[in-house]
Design a protein around this ligand. Structure first.
Ligand code: SGN
Ligand code: CA
Length: 542
């Protein structure tokens, strides 16, 4: 209509000028149409959320109807993995689209080099409105965001502090609810309907030390969970790294800090264990009273039973307490994901919004007797990934392709019509989202973990995974290889590296690993440089 009016108003001498105006207004209209039709991106990520604890993957432990909805209305990825199974490095890989050895954020301690180009900066430059709420864990503020409210470091479950680009604050309440309140407040009051948006909605839960919301105390502390087959793993037929890691439920989980038995009871029972900062100390009097009314009786019961408990009974007790609290925190995540999805529905945003649910890595829920992550073994290497985008993805589909957190940046840039920088190292998932599987040709993925020596004592290692095999090399104060037959031994309890039947596989996999390291520009000399950096910082002896 506007264009016609302009044309009708033209007089001959002005014709050229009018044509120019007309062209300009067409171009502008097209540009703003294209801008408006570009999808919104909602990136939901939790911290340490194991795929075993999402009912779209397995309903043995918990029912997560709201997270499952993303798969029901979209795509469930059965082979999504991370490149380095630890928090801040995973986030750096996601933001930069580059492996840790390239973006430099190899572990939770090293600073993030903010000269790295991140996909939110590129989306912001391309006209997206950008916001981030929740846990980033970088030590520095995110770039490329119009608004952010992030937890300092790990953040707190109760009455958390926030760093924002309008000053810092402390908010009373439960962290998962608050992160959602902040997100919805931004959506309701400051979202610009003229622009597509990128929202990064990042939960702290279910990170250690696993404190649920008050409304879930009673329900979850009553539950009993099935024991994983390898809860009592003795690490036979494995290498040194599995034997020396310090993340055993029996040996390393702290009865006070993790299992929430009071310091008084622990002292009375003469249990010797590390004393970490009390995670309950931030609670208000009322919050603490609500906690004590449910957890107090557990304390009394434990005090009575502990003297008679065998080692295996104590392992099972710790496992049950661990899962009750861990899964309790996930119940609040699921509810809050539901709140956000309902808001998108109510605002008519659902159809053209790409919603991702993922975790910064996987987690052990008693498999191999462990909690925590870090290893390239399955439960921490694999991460949940569910994506919906009703305008594009066929509902209820699954993807078996080997995708990684490395792929998000290029995916989001492609769906927004922004050319990715040449040095990003992932692959856009858009062909898979569109159902064009023939366009996907990756057949191996690369992994490299660095944070050692450090908490949980997981040795440095790198490796390659194909659909059939996984080959890992543990290095630094160790020089050991491990090979797992993923089809025959999905639980990875039998290292077949030295088995003559696998000699040819070892040879092939080593060659593939070498090729992959060349492709991604990783090398022993780079590994040594990062070890030198640890020495310079005084984190390891010279
Ligand atoms: C803290 C946890 C560790 C955990 C790291 C890294 N201990 O140090 O158990 O492995 O974070 O987690 S705690 O006593 O502080 O809870 S990460 O998800 O941030 O990488
Ligand atoms: Ca994490």
């Amino acid at each position: 209509m506007n264009a016609i009016r302009i044309r009708n108003g033209c007089r001959v001498p002005l014709l050229l000028g009018c044509a120019a105006i007309l062209l300009f207004s067409f171009q502008e209209a097209e540009k703003s149409d294209a801008l408006a039709s570009r999808p919104n991106i909602v990136f939901i990520m939790s911290d340490d959320h194991a795929y075993q604890a999402i009912s779209a993957y397995s309903d043995k432990l918990i029912h997560t109807p709201n997270i499952d909805r993303i798969a029901r209305e979209g795509m469930l990825f059965n082979n999504a993995t991370v490149t380095n199974s630890i928090c801040a490095p995973s986030r750096a890989v996601i933001l930069t689209g580059k492996h840790s050895h390239i973006n430099g954020k190899i572990d939770n301690r090293m600073p993030f080099d903010s000269t790295n180009v991140t996909f939110p900066q590129l989306l912001q430059n391309a006209g997206y409105q950008t916001a981030m709420f929740g846990k980033l864990h970088f030590g520095n503020n995110p770039r490329g965001f119009d608004e952010f409210k992030i937890l300092p470091g790990q953040g707190f479950y109760y009455n958390p502090k926030f760093i924002t680009n309008q000053g810092d604050s402390t908010i009373t309440g439960y962290v998962t609810d608050i992160i959602t309140d902040l997100t919805l407040d931004w959506m309701k009051k400051r979202r610009d309907p003229e622009k597509p948006f990128l929202l990064m909605y990042l939960h702290k839960a279910p990170h250690r030390s696993w404190i649920p919301a008050e409304r879930h105390y009673k329900e979850f502390t009553k539950k009993t969970y099935p024991l994983p087959e390898s809860l009592f793993d003795d690490y036979q037929n494995r290498g040194t790294a599995a034997k020396t890691a310090e993340m055993g439920i029996y040996k390393h989980m702290i009865i006070n800090y993790d299992n929430k038995i009071s310091r008084e009871t622990v002292a009375a029972l003469k249990i010797e264990e590390p004393k970490l900062q009390d995670p309950l100390e931030r609670m208000t009097k009322e919050q603490r009273a609500a906690w004590d009314s449910v957890y107090g009786p557990i304390d009394i019961d434990f005090k009575q039973r502990y003297p008679q408990m065998s080692d295996s009974a104590l392992t099972v007790w710790k496992y049950q307490r661990y899962l009750q609290d861990y899964l309790g925190t996930i119940a609040a995540v699921d509810e809050n994901v539901g709140r956000l999805l309902a808001y998108l529905d109510a605002e008519g945003l659902t159809e053209n919004t790409l919603v991702v649910y993922t975790s910064d890595q996987g987690f052990y829920l008693g498999e191999h007797g462990w909690f925590d992550k870090r290893f390239m073994y399955e439960e921490s290497f694999k991460t949940p990934l569910l994506i919906k985008w009703p305008n594009v993805i066929t509902p209820g589909t699954t993807a078996e392709e080997m995708v990684q957190n490395l792929d998000f940046a290029q995916t989001f840039l492609e769906v927004a019509g922004v050319a990715p920088p040449d040095d990003m190292q992932g692959e856009s998932l858009l062909p898979l989202l569109k159902g064009e599987r023939e366009k996907w040709d990756r057949n191996a993925v690369y992994y490299h973990y660095y944070e050692y020596p450090a908490v949980h004592a997981v040795k440095r290692h790198y490796g390659i995974a194909t659909e059939e095999f996984k080959l890992m090399h543990f290095y630094y104060d160790l020089n050991e290889w491990e090979l797992y037959d993923r089809k025959k031994d999905p639980s990875e309890i039998n290292n077949v590296y030295g088995n003559p039947e696998y000699a040819a596989v070892v040879q092939e996999m080593k060659q593939e690993l070498k090729d992959l390291r060349t492709k991604y520009k990783d090398s022993d000399s780079l590994s040594n440089r990062y070890i030198e950096l640890y020495k310079e910082k005084g984190w390891i002896e010279q």
